[in-house]
Structures are given as structure tokens and as C-alpha cells.
Design a protein around this ligand. Sequence first.
Ligand SMILES: Nc1ncnc2c1ncn2[C@@H]1O[C@H](COP(=O)(O)OP(=O)(O)OP(=O)(O)O)[C@@H](O)[C@H]1O
Ligand SMILES: [Mg+2]
Length: 341
Amino acid sequence: MLGMKVGLDLGSSAITAYVAGKGIVLCEANAISYDSYSGDVLAVGSEAMAMLSRTPETVKLVRPMQGGVISDFSVQCQIMTALLDRICQNAVFRPNLIISVPSGLTKLERRTILDAASVCGAARVSVLDAPIASALGAGVSIEEPHGVLVVDIGAGTCDIAVITMGTVAFCRSLPLAGDDFDHAICQYLRQKRSVEIGLPTAKGLKHRIGCVSPREEEFEVSVNGKDAVRQMPLQFYVTSSELCEALSPLAKSIAQAIIGVLEDVPPELFADICETGVVLCGGSAALYGLDTFLQEKLRLPVRVAPDGEHCAAKGAGYALQNMKQLEDHGFTFRLKERNIG
Ligand SMILES: Nc1ncnc2c1ncn2[C@@H]1O[C@H](COP(=O)(O)OP(=O)(O)OP(=O)(O)O)[C@@H](O)[C@H]1O
Ligand SMILES: [Mg+2]
């Protein structure tokens, strides 16, 4: 197969690309900013995202994927084209792509993504359900008749899937993930402390001292925000216990959703899952204490996949390198030429 082999993960917060033989070559925010008056593109990717909460009225920031749903396909395609150009630069042959997409996408939406990728210059392209891509990227062997429970907690969605023999046997996509954790921190501080902070600050707090199980050592960080009553600037301290209180209800909802999926699983597959446990991936799997929290609630072993944020892109790349194996499970590549005419 001529041309670069690119595994692409289309996520709510990030677009990640894995190139066979090179590893992760790009991880950029899935965002674009425009000049509101002229409509000109100002920035794509993380540069655009840095403008969040800081944009004047003349700048419009768009995140085309929210909660695992692509709300604006033309914008999504524009971002994909710009980022593919960055990856391929001066390559002579057009790239071959496998794109990891949210499992909840309809057939029409999948088709639109395939068409978009072709228009963006891909030679051959296929889509792969995010839970399968994540499982492959987490190093889970999925083609055997053995059930595996993979939970991918990203920014917009939590995909819970039972995979066996290379296919998703049971799945549920919960619109609750990292972005909601950020909102929950803002809401908690507004209600309990009467202070307002922006979402980027909340995300920073989550990464630094966030947790859903008590930390061995209490952490405290200084934050700049706004007094919600007097509407004045305010510097205050936030502790890891407060974040635990703010975030635990969301972790509980995730645990309940997993239990809901397990209730539908037949006994043989359930027995497999009890043996292999739960594999957590996606960026939010790195939230401190989430594995132990889920382990307690589910009474199943839980392991966090290394480099969880990049599992889906790596898995899509792995799929491209092992196409024969996937084709045996019914995956087909679509040639760009077939789209024309
Ligand atoms: N150490 C960390 N602690 C808590 N959350 C983290 C950590 N590192 C990353 N995250 C969160 O992971 C999320 C991004 O994960 P990921 O890249 O898997 O999402 P995505 O694939 O873009 O979204 P989705 O799969 O929901 O469409 C963000 O919400 C980010 O804040
Ligand atoms: Mg994802």
C-alpha cells in the first residue's frame, strides 16, 4: 500500500494522529477560530483552543464535536483537512486512513466522515468504532471469543463496550466525561464558595489535584477567580478534598452506567469479564482514584491502559498495519476513486 498509514482519532477535545513507524505525530485540540466579520480562519487546533474564554466579539471559536456528536460537519472537515495537510506536508502519495469515530454515529454520519476524508485527500479510508480502536491501542486482544469490557472516558463521552470476536457485542455511550468534570468543578465552587472560575482553570485544577478517591496527601492550590457576589477579582485556595466532593457524583454515574451494561451481558461473557476485568482508557481515565473508585463499586479488577489518551489513535494505526486480520472480521477499505462519479 503506497502512502502514509495514518490512524486518526476524532475526539471531542482532541484530534490525534498515529503514523505507523513514527508513533503519535499530532495531538491538537479539535477546534477552529474564525474572524466573525470576514469569516477568515484565524487558527486551527490547540492555537484556536487557547482562545477559549478569552476571545473578543470579533473572534468566533468553534468546537465541532460535543458529547461525541459532530454538530457541524463542514467545520469538522475543515479542521481535518488542515491537520491532515500538516501531517502529510510534502508526501508524494496520498495518505491511507483509519478514523476512530464515536460508536453512536449513524450510518449517514459515518458516510459523511468518509466522504470528508476523501475530499481532504485520503487515498483509502475506513472508520472504526472508538471502543474497538481503543481496545486495540490498549493492547487488548479482541479477536478471540472472549469478552472484554473497555471503558473509554474522553472529554465528551464515556463509551462502555463489551467486545468479543472483533465486534462490539454490547455498548452504551454516556454523554458524561472530562468536559462535565470541568463544569462540575465550576458549579461546585460557585455554589459552595460563591466564586467563579473559567473552564480552562477548572480543567487545570482537575489535572493538578483532581480526584474521585481521597488522596494520600491533601493538596491545595491557589486560584485566581471572581467573587460571585461582589463581582470582584479574588485569589483563593482549593483543596483536593473539595474536588473529590465535586467530582465523585459523576464517577458514581459512570459506575452505574457500567453496571447497566453488565446487566445485559449473558453469563458466559460476564464470566470472561470477571476474569479479565475492566480496561479503562481515554484521557479522563487518568483522573486520580477513578480506577479504585470503579473497582470498589463494580467489584471487578480495573486497570488503566498506559497512555490512555492516545489509545484510539494508536489502535486505528494498529488496525491499518493489520488490515488482513480486520478484513477477516468484516472491515472494508473504501477507495477514494469510488467516491467520484
Ligand atoms: N491527568 C488527568 N486527570 C484528569 N483528566 C485528564 C487528565 N489528563 C487528561 N484528562 C482529560 O481527558 C480528556 C481528554 O481525553 P481524550 O483525548 O481521550 O478525549 P477525546 O477523545 O477528545 O473525547 P471523546 O472521546 O469524549 O470524544 C479531557 O477532558 C482532559 O481534561
Ligand atoms: Mg476519544
